[in-house]
Design a protein around this ligand. Structure first.
Ligand SMILES: [Zn+2]
Length: 86
């Protein structure tokens, strides 16, 4: 099994920051970290795009948008299936 230096814990930690990133609530340092990771990690990139799209949709229809817990689950699935495929 090849990981290519890919660290799943990093992905899950990043995911927790992702909603704040989309809401522009992170400081410059944290923002840079999220952006660098999204650029390098295809799983998180896919997840970010999905999340961004969902947030946009929710924003256009309501002020408050609960982020679905299923995104964390989806990211985990993406990561796990990628591992099996390698
Ligand atoms: Zn990642």
């Amino acid at each position: 099994m090849t990981h290519n230096g890919h660290d799943h814990h990093k992905c899950m930690a990043l995911f927790e920051k992702m909603s704040e990133y989309i809401d522009h609530e992170l400081d410059d340092d944290a923002r840079a970290q999220v952006e660098a990771h999204i650029r390098d990690c295809c799983h998180c990139h896919t997840c970010y795009e999905t999340l961004q799209r969902t947030v946009d949709l929710c924003r256009s229809s309501a002020e408050d948008y609960p982020l679905p817990d299923t995104f964390a689950e989806k990211l985990r699935e993406l990561i796990e299936s990628a591992d099996q495929g390698v």
